[in-house]
Design a protein around this ligand. Sequence first.
Ligand code: ADP
Ligand code: ZN
Length: 721
Amino acid sequence: MDVPTVSVLVPVAVDTCYTYRVPPGMALAPGDIVAVPLGPRTVLGAVWDDPVDGSVGHNRLRPVAHRYDAAPLERSLRAFVDWVAAYTLNPRGMVLRMVLRSPQALEAERALALLARIGPPPERLTPAREKVLAALGAGPPRSKAALAAAAGVSPGVVDGLVAAGTLGLVAVKPPPAVAPPDPDHGARPLGPEQRAAADALMAAIGTGGYSVSLVDGVTGSGKTEVYFEAIAATLRKGGQALVLLPEIALTGDFLDRFARRFGARPAEWHSEVPAKSRERVWRGVADGSIRAVAGARSALFLPFSALGLIVVDEEHDAVYKQDEGVSYHARDMAIVRGHIAGFPVVLSSATPSIESRVNADAGRYTRIELKGRFAAARLPEIRAVDMRRDSPERGRFLSPVLATALAETLAAKAQSLLFLNRRGYAPLTLCRACGHRFQCPNCSTWLVEHRFRGVLACHHCGHSERRPDRCPNCDAEDSLVACGPGVERIAEEAAALLPEARITVLSSDLFGVREMRQQLEAIRTGGVDIVIGTQLVAKGHNFPLLSLVGVVDADIGLAHGDPRAAERTFQLLAQVTGRAGRAGGESRALVQTYAPEHPVIAAIVAGDREAFYAREIAERRRTQLPPFGRLAGIVVSGDDRASAHGYATALRRAAEEGGPILVLGPSEAPLAVVRGRHRFRLLVQAPRAADLQGYIRAWLARAEPPRGGVRVQVDIDPQSF
Ligand code: ADP
Ligand code: ZN
């Protein structure tokens, strides 16, 4: 007799599906979410499209344990999982793991059983019973406990009324997780350039099939309002919309703007959202009751039932690249999901990635440009401060020009921002007597002094120790000196310059998300005179009172040997200087540098974006670096240096040579030791048209598998190298 079987993909590190027996009375279709036995455990899984493996004897097949009522994973989502796995060279099960949530998320929310008036008053109407009926009144149904408490009687009295047929249980559907957004709630009239951009965007999106649009507009040009039009159109057609944002946990401002436009906040999806709420969002997205989600990169793997648009805001941001586990780029995968399911994707940025700009120039994306700021606001006047001539005294980091500008801004009761992309007080501590430097015991990095917290800390593994009074090496007293500045040290200097100023330091290590949101609100509403911050402050915030931006050290990022250093520095400087003057009025930015002639700095000061893009794109083309060529990083790590290096060398020897694909290395990874693990890296460089994944897959299959705690991690399209 034929036994019905199914293929099930399980969220563990395997690529193949397992075959299970379908128990009598259970009907299963691809996408259904099930519980299945796996070894001694029962795990979640999803019925997949692969043909069943007929080689396993039916008597050895184990049955599917349970089928959940949750909406099945759509065909396009299943194809997306397969695609991401093949592209990133990860087992499909690991990608499915990013889709499936806990079993609780899969159970339909139980209808609440509440008591309501369903019959005439009881024959015996005691005073206690009267109190209960009065408490219920004409109001909504309530639970037994709530009703008894409101009436000030024991629950037994309520039971009596139920027995008498006066009260009865009614099923009440729980309220939706979030109110549905209304596309026509609060549309604001758009400015002329905005209107033109919105029209161009709607034309590019057309009837809603796959397309990619790049909204490329200077900071403060009003890009959000432009892509809100695309969201409104999607909602009107009954589609769901997803907006990806970097640092979503900090952008409460965005949620409010969305609510003003659409009458309801979008559902939030990121790691700060409590597990219970996330389960509700997962379910609401799957059953279609949630229409709009604002989320971090992982929202890309939510099981939307009718996804019709993805917006990737600040598409250039490096946080879209996930490096742990399955390493994927959320912007690129958003485009893949749109392509597979057939819906438009909108990218938005004031400083588009080189990749997106090249794709737009090649006609693969529609580029929509906004050249001026919204309404009366002007871009700030930007000046370089040449630190070779205008340097502060030793041990200080703010030039006289910048110090004067800070004082003027304070006197004018306006706000200033000092930007330095370095947490803590000082990046290096050394002993003047013996030269000892404080290094992390687990990583190849210096410990960073955090004076506010009184510790020396490693920014890679989290190691921290108290800052000692004496040198641990030579025992000298008062010999330890802080070298170079971090934001805490700049705050100290600013406070010494302007003791009356209200200063706040925004740095992720000093505050939790809640305090950070409060700080951001205080900045917006004028509770702060001088903001000092790391790259966190450069990200999309609206600080209406800000009129001066000081970049403490514009050269930091340029020193990296990384081919993306120029792009990253340009983006960061354009974003941070672009925080000034967003609400109108005069504004300026002072950029402290030792290399004012460097093309990146020159382009920033001249406000000449096109000069930067033209030069950088030509350079990438010349060197065949992305997007003109393709890269993959292969990191080999191990507890001991020799075995990691030995395996990396063996891997290199196993690589196929002589073809169009080059393998470079092994070399020590940029951070050679992290958390006690030694890391070596091989870099694979391929022409655009080459089958990079096929090459790596065949190569790794050919090589001896690693042993002795050595691990191999593949990173397709690495962001730093
Ligand atoms: P961008 O994202 O391009 O930097 P925003 O979308 O944040 O710019 O807009 C910049 C500022 O202009 C914000 O304060 C926003 O509220 C305001 N703004 C943009 N468009 C409009 C509009 N149509 N009506 C009123 N205010 C607007
Ligand atoms: Zn460390």
